[in-house]
Design a binder for this molecule. Structure first.
Ligand code: C2E
Ligand code: CA
Ligand code: CA
Ligand code: CA
Length: 279
């Protein structure tokens, strides 16, 4: 199978039988992986664009496959979405992130918020809110310290339901961020209606503002617009000082990228200073 952009797979020279054999294998492997605890969460810091102070971390799932080694989420998340296994996997991620960060914060002076990626399928599924509230109760993480990252594909079955869900989360103090902003279609028109706290500018924009005037214009436009709607803006994929300075100059609020820190295991996160130097 060859990856063809987001969530689409094309099968070369593969008949239906091969396709289904392959998904049966993966489905089976994912099932085993969940049962045998082959997943781990890595955490990547998000820093204040002005001070460099760590504001929150994003939880990113890792699969330590016994034979294939580390498998990228870009590979298995779309497959888990296709098979529906994203539901149990997503629940595991949510519980693990809340539990680990509740413990982590217990040992720190300043608490960090944790952002968890939620697949659209998982977000709009019946019972999702109950799952979130139950997990917060069970783990003892304060709702104010949880943020959910969703992409605009969550709107596929209509906006009304999604607004209700987001309002319910907001009422409990849980934040919602719009991930991969700018990569979908109807970005601007619905932003008005969604009760979100944050937009995360996709790295395809962030990494090209310096060289592409049109992209720079879009980035500036999104930042200005988001601020007028009382939303914060995160720039993803900051790898160079040039990108850091450019986004900071454009009043982007929060930066995330390899320049500050890569995603890392919890044990390493515990060793980081409060303020991250760019390097
Ligand atoms: P995402 O949510 O957009 O996450 C950001 C991705 O960019 C992560 O890739 C992160 O490691 C990478 N990244 C961060 N800084 C930089 C940088 O400076 N340069 C570059 N080139 N990349 C950077 P990762 O961890 O491989 O995850 C890929 C995608 O898989 C995520 O994209 C997200 O869509 C999905 N994903 C990961 N974990 C989860 C999860 O627990 N649940 C769900 N539903 N999806 C997840
Ligand atoms: Ca994300
Ligand atoms: Ca993203
Ligand atoms: Ca992305």
């Amino acid at each position: 199978a060859k990856r063809q952009g987001r969530n689409t797979w094309q099968w070369y020279g593969a008949d239906k039988a091969e396709h289904s054999r392959h998904s049966v294998t993966l489905r089976h492997e994912l099932h085993t992986a969940l049962k045998e605890n082959q997943f781990e969460l890595y955490y990547q810091p998000l820093v204040d664009a002005v001070t460099g102070r760590m504001r929150s971390v994003e939880a990113l799932v890792r699969w330590h496959h016994p034979v294939r080694g580390m498998v990228s989420p870009a590979e298995f998340i779309p497959l888990a979405e296709q098979t529906g296994q994203i539901v149990p996997l997503g629940l595991w991620v949510l519980r693990q992130a809340c539990q680990e960060m509740a413990e982590f914060n217990g040992r720190r002076e300043r608490s960090l918020r944790v952002a968890v990626n939620i697949s659209s399928l998982q977000f709009i599924r019946d019972g999702f809110l109950d799952d979130v509230f139950r997990i917060l109760e069970e783990t003892g993480l304060s709702p104010q310290l949880l943020e959910l990252e969703v992409t605009e594909s969550v709107l596929i079955d209509g906006v009304e339901h999604v607004i209700k869900l987001m309002e319910a989360l907001k009422d409990r103090g849980i934040r919602v961020a719009l991930d991969d902003f700018g990569t979908g279609f109807s970005s601007l028109s619905y932003l008005r209606d969604l009760p979100t706290h944050k937009v995360k500018l996709d790295r395809s924009f962030v990494q090209n503002t310096a060289t592409d005037r049109r992209i720079a214009a879009i980035v500036q436009g999104v930042i200005t617009m988001a601020h007028h709607m009382d939303m914060m803006v995160v720039a993803e994929g900051i790898e160079t000082r040039e990108q850091q300075e450019d986004l900071a100059r454009r009043h982007c609020d929060i930066l995330q990228g390899y320049l500050f820190a890569r995603p890392m295991p919890l044990a390493e996160l515990c060793l980081l200073p409060e303020i991250l130097p760019a390097n």
